[in-house]
Design a protein around this ligand. Sequence first.
Ligand SMILES: [Zn+2]
Length: 143
Amino acid sequence: MIVFDLKCDAGHVFEAWFGSTGDFEGQQARGLVECPMCGSREVAKAVMAPAVSPKANRVVTDAERKTELARLAKLRAEVEANCDYVGRSFVREARARHGRTEEDGEAARGIFGEATIADAMELIDEGIPVSPLPFRPRQTADA
Ligand SMILES: [Zn+2]
């Protein structure tokens, strides 16, 4: 036996059992399949809900999580080693340091700190390259 979700021309959805797909098709062709709610014989198989892509639904493995955490830790170490933390002075410092060269020494180092999205967008508009960091600075924002 096989169960089908069926739908009549009035939109009623109901389940019906058949010996096989061919059995259903034969009975449908002869008008023997009837909607239990309204008696309509204009009945067809209801459209099944689309399946969710198994990839989108995928569970992240422990190994993948570790790889991602390691990548973030490395990025964070690089930023902390090569850039100066300026906290909430970020926007001011970014403008002050923008355009300085290697010869300016310390001032040519990158900086990281805190800025609002609006401030960051303004800097980008001014041609100052700004990137969001995928972590929160270790330091407090009092700097
Ligand atoms: Zn019906």
